[in-house]
Each structure stands twice: as structure tokens, then as C-alpha cells.
Design a protein around this ligand. Structure first.
Ligand SMILES: *Cc1c(COP(=O)(O)O)cnc(C)c1O
Length: 387
């Protein structure tokens, strides 16, 4: 081979009688075939193999298999982001004329996606209070294709009664979609409670280290096949390196969430009685309005997110921002670093004050995502800031 040929083609194949303990990153956008029969067979899914980057690589399969097994799902489809996963759901599952019943406190971008793009594609969404099972079932009509709720709502950590919803929806053939990004399968596995489709923003707890953006949908194989086709055509595919990062993060999901949830409970218990705090919201507190349901759906750790209402309102929030040293203000969650955010001015900023008040989001409400730091250091930082 001459210089240019060597540069273009050399250094590709390595001989090895051993295999790597950690999977390699298949950073390729196309695969090479040896004969036409194999091309056809792989293309038709009869022989395991890969074709082209947008269709997936080994890293996507590893991620999908791993999280599917953690959730107890038949299959999964990895997507470019949580919103990419919702796009695959909308395009793969719904047709014009279909109706959807959704939680009124759904993640803001999901709600606006459904009421803008969803509506333009002919899918009508009715938003209702997801804690009211009767109200959700009443909102369903013969056109209703699915109900879409979150396992734990943002920012008040409210739960939908998944077993009761499932009992009402299943006989009517209505899918129950649960966005479980705030919980993760280490905390709540919706399929065990009757959900038929689960989605995750991998950006949050599953990857867990604040270094990638990704999403995943899980459910029955027939649904995942339809979603995968839609995802491939729509091009909301995840990159192989991000799939690899999500798997790397998921390896420690269980231990992270055990520790992060234990610290979250400790902070919730302390903050609930702090004079600067009017109210603490955490499913593990007996004062949580759905504590009994929470215990039933989350028999182990109850998640790393809590919210507190500062009695001093907006001024108290500004002071907290100026005085915290260890806690970082960042409008996301799920990292190993403890972060906090201010829903009234970030995720819920587009709502009117009246709508915010109706949803229980006051001017003093802050949401904490608890990380892996020493609990004593976190308590000290919060206490000195709240003084
Ligand atoms: C972040 C988030 C999403 C969107 O995920 P991206 O990865 O940012 O697209 C959807 N639902 C919930 C509950 C989220 O927290």
C-alpha cells in the first residue's frame, strides 16, 4: 500500500485472544460486509449485526438491553435525548385523530411539545391532575390512545397511582406511559405497577455524571419495533459515545441512588423543622400527602430529589443563591454533585402567577437534587446559608 492508501486503510484490525472487560466504543457510522446474503440477512434482522449509524451500533444494543433488564421491560429504544424519546413515542404510537390524556404538571418541554407539535399533527391532549385517578379515567374517550404521567412529578414529588390507573386503562386498551426520569429504575419501576411504556431522560440519574444527553423508551417488543422505525426515520438517534457513557453511569445507579436517597431523606427531615422552611416535600416524609402510596410504589430508596418552600419567598431564594458554597444552582438534576433550582424562574417560568399558585409552586419553592457528597458537609452548607 502506498502512503495515502495506508493512511486511509491501515491500523484497523487488531488480533487478540482476549476481550476487553469494558465494552469498546463503536465509533463508526457504517459497517462493512463480506457478501450480499449477509447484507440482506442483517438488514432484515435475521442475523445479528449492524448496518448504518442512525440504525444503531453495539453500544446502543448494550444500553437498551441493560436498562430493559433493570426496568423489567421486553425491549427498549435509545434516542438522542429525553425529548427525542418523546418524539419517537409521538411518531411511532399516535395517528392524527388520536387523543392523549396527560398530567398537567408534565415536564415543561413535554407539555409544550404535545400542545404545539402534537396538536399540529392532529393529536389532541387533555391535561389533568395526575394524582386524581378518577379524573384521568373520566377524561378518556374511545379515541384515547394513551395516558402520559410522570412517576414522580416536578417539583412537588407527587405520584400517579399506577396500579389503579392500569386497572382502569388496561381493559379499555389504553397505553399507560410513565416518564420515570425523576425516579430511575433504582427507585421505581413502573412496568411492575402496570405501565405499558416507560421513558427516561438518560441525561439525569441513569447516566448520572452530568456528561451526556440521551433518552430511552421501554415497553413491549411490538411497540418498540414501531418506535425504532420512527426513530430511525426521524433521526433522533443517540451517538455511540453517549450510549457508552450512559452504560458506564448505569453501572453504579443502584449504589448512587441508595446513598443519594438516604441523604435526601436526612435533609428533608432536618429542613422540615428548620425555622426558615415553611414546608418540605419528599415522598419519604410522613407529612407527604401520598406517603402511603409512595411506600407501596417505592419500597426501597425514595429518590434523591426534594423540594422546600422557603417562608421568606423570592428574597429568601436570592439570599440562598448568594450564600450557598457547596450547593450549585443548576436547572437540571441527577448528578453526583448536589444542585438546586428555582422552579418559579426556570422550569415553570412561562406559567402565570395564578397558575403557579394553583399548582402549589410558590415564590419560595426550591428543588434540590442530592448528590454523593458527605451529608455533614451538605447540612453545614445549607444551615449556614439558611441562617
Ligand atoms: C429532562 C427531562 C426530560 C427531557 O429530557 P432531555 O434529555 O433534556 O431531552 C423529560 N422529562 C423529564 C421528567 C425530565 O426531567
Amino acid at each position: 500500500m502506498n502512503f495515502h492508501t495506508l493512511a486511509a486503510r491501515g491500523g484497523r484490525d487488531v488480533a487478540s485472544a482476549s476481550r476487553p472487560l469494558t465494552a469498546p466504543i463503536y465509533q463508526t457510522n457504517v459497517y462493512v460486509f463480506e457478501d450480499v446474503e449477509t447484507v440482506e440477512s442483517v438488514w432484515e434482522g435475521k442475523t445479528p449485526g449492524y448496518v448504518y449509524g442512525r440504525y444503531g451500533t453495539g453500544n446502543h444494543t448494550m444500553l437498551e438491553d441493560l436498562v430493559a433488564r433493570l426496568e423489567g421491560a421486553e425491549a427498549a429504544v435509545a434516542c438522542a435525548s429525553g425529548m427525542g424519546a418523546t418524539t419517537a413515542l409521538l411518531l411511532g404510537l399516535f395517528s392524527a385523530g388520536d387523543h392523549l390524556v396527560a398530567a398537567r404538571d408534565l415536564y415543561g418541554t413535554t407539555a409544550s411539545f404535545l400542545s404545539s407539535e402534537g396538536a399540529r399533527l392532529g393529536v389532541e391532549t387533555t391535561f389533568v391532575d395526575a394524582t386524581d385517578t378518577g379524573r384521568i379515567l373520566e377524561a378518556c374517550s374511545p379515541r384515547t390512545r394513551a395516558v402520559f404521567v410522570e412517576a414522580l412529578s416536578n417539583p412537588l414529588l407527587l405520584l400517579a397511582d399506577l396500579p389503579a390507573l392500569s386497572a382502569g386503562l388496561e381493559p379499555r386498551g389504553i397505553e399507560l406511559i410513565v416518564d420515570a426520569s425523576m425516579a430511575s429504575p433504582a427507585v421505581l419501576r413502573p412496568i411492575e405497577h402496570g405501565a405499558t411504556l416507560v421513558m427516561h431522560s438518560l441525561t439525569k440519574f441513569i447516566s448520572g455524571h452530568g456528561d451526556m444527553t440521551g433518552g430511552l423508551v421501554l415497553g413491549r417488543k411490538e411497540n418498540m419495533d414501531r418506535l425504532r422505525e420512527a426513530m430511525i426515520r426521524a433521526g433522533t438517534n443517540l451517538g455511540p459515545f453517549d450510549a457508552w457513557l450512559a452504560v458506564r453511569g448505569a453501572r453504579t445507579l443502584g449504589v448512587r441512588l441508595e446513598r443519594q436517597s438516604a441523604t435526601a431523606l436526612l435533609l428533608a427531615q432536618l429542613l422540615e423543622h428548620h425555622p426558615a422552611v415553611a414546608r418540605a416535600h419528599y415522598p419519604g416524609l410522613p407529612s407527604h400527602p401520598q406517603h402511603v402510596l409512595a411506600r407501596r410504589l417505592m419500597p426501597g430508596p425514595m429518590g434523591a430529589i426534594l423540594s422546600v418552600d422557603l417562608g421568606g419567598g423570592a428574597l429568601a431564594v436570592e439570599r440562598l443563591m448568594a450564600r450557598t458554597r457547596l450547593l450549585e444552582f443548576a436547572p437540571s438534576f441527577g448528578d453526583v454533585a448536589t444542585t438546586w433550582t428555582y422552579p418559579a424562574r426556570t422550569s415553570h417560568r412561562r406559567l402565570s402567577d395564578a397558575d403557579k399558585a394553583a399548582m402549589g409552586i410558590g415564590p419560595g419553592l426550591v428543588r434540590l437534587s442530592v448528590g454523593l457528597e458527605d451529608p455533614g458537609d451538605l447540612i453545614q452548607d445549607l444551615q449556614q446559608a439558611l441562617e
